[in-house]
Design a protein around this ligand. Structure first.
Ligand code: DAH
Length: 352
């Protein structure tokens, strides 16, 4: 009887102890207290030897039951603690979806590059190649092979950054005309444009020391001024709108003969006269002409067999017209506040 009472008390003690457990460490202590080598439950069997086999069997059974009961309680508690820890962790890690999301910074195409791509699209659709040339150029390609020998007065308007006697930063993409003719060793027809940067000693609201030009060169048999006119008329309409009118004025360039300057009707006032066109109704946009026989000869083309036309135009002005940019230097200062204005959605409003 005494034994039974002891067991009942032990069971009650275990139950009340386990209720107080709140963490793994305490549970470990409890396990040792009851089930360890000298634990309270283990100890119940310490005087087994003194008992009769019958009593031994009975006690063994009771102690085993109690042991299993203790194990079940401990395991349940163990699970309880683990679940609680996991829940606490999950609670801490929940994502607060009310936080504002990170701003996605989206770039846009530079207004200058938009113009370059439009020019390229137009000429590629007409079967032209887009070629590249170096900005650090030789005097020979930039001037001499274009019929501008040393000391020629036409050099004055194109003062530039000279590296030494031979090398300079190119003043005009026309240098690529000389390169293309020289490179084409088979002397086959040429249809190319070359957009790129050029450099001059200039710095005001409409002139920058660096600006963009696109050069065009066509060489074939039976090319005439009519081909030049038709091509540039289409080009002007593509860049400035279908209603654009084009005017050709006689001019002078050392590398073309005859030479023309090309004006377009002012797209702002439709030719009526406004501050942009200085009340003339016209804006000058292009230089062009029939390739000079000397230039053809220096490029290895016989001028008795081949003819061609060339043109060159500033790209920045088209960007300034299209986006109403008042100062060319904004295009090159990389000021993010300026560039941010040219969001992608503006492209829908461009004159096409
Ligand atoms: N290179 C000239 C300039 O920078 C522009 C030009 C005029 C290019 C007539 C040409 C041309 O190819 O035929 O002012």
């Amino acid at each position: 009887m005494e034994k039974d009472e002891k067991i009942t008390n032990l069971k009650q003690e275990l139950e009340s102890d386990i209720k107080k457990i709140s963490n793994q460490q305490e549970l470990q202590h409890l396990k040792v207290k009851y089930l360890g080598k000298k634990g309270l439950i283990t100890e119940l069997t310490s005087n087994m030897k003194e008992l009769t086999p019958e009593e031994r069997k009975q006690l063994g059974q009771i102690v085993n039951e109690l042991k299993n009961y203790a194990i079940t309680l401990i395991e349940t508690k163990q699970q309880e603690i683990e679940t609680r820890i996991l829940n606490e962790k999950l609670e801490k890690e929940t994502i607060d979806i009310s936080l504002p999301s990170k701003k996605n910074i989206r770039g846009s195409r530079h207004p200058f590059n938009r113009i370059v791509e439009d020019v390229e699209d137009f000429f590629v659709s007409m079967g032209y190649d887009v070629v590249d040339g170096p900005e650090l150029e030789t005097d020979e390609n930039c001037f001499q092979r274009l019929n501008v020998p040393l000391g020629h007065p036409a050099r004055d308007s194109q003062d530039t950054f000279y590296i030494d006697e031979e090398y300079l930063l190119r003043t005009q993409t026309s240098s690529v005309q000389a390169r293309t003719m020289k490179k084409n060793s088979e002397k086959t027809p040429i249809r190319m444009i070359c957009p790129g940067k050029v450099y001059r000693r200039d710095d005001d609201a409409t002139h920058s020391h660096q600006f963009g030009q696109v050069e065009g060169l066509v060489i074939d048999k039976n090319i005439s001024l009519a081909d030049l006119k038709g091509t540039l008329e289409l080009f002007a309409k593509k860049m400035l709108g279908e209603n654009t009118k084009v005017r050709f004025r006689p001019s002078f360039f050392p590398f073309t003969e005859p030479s023309v300057e090309v004006d377009v009707s002012c797209f702002k006032c439709s030719g009526k006269g406004c501050p942009l066109c200085k009340q003339t109704g016209w804006i000058e946009v292009l230089g062009a002409g029939m390739v000079h026989p000397n230039v053809l000869r220096m490029g290895g083309y016989d001028p008795e067999v081949w003819t061609g036309f060339a043109f060159g135009t500033g790209l920045d002005r088209f960007a300034m017209f299209r986006y109403a940019i008042p100062d060319i230097r904004y295009l090159y200062t990389n000021d993010i506040r300026f560039l941010e204005q040219f969001d992608r959605k503006d492209e829908e409003n461009e004159i096409k």
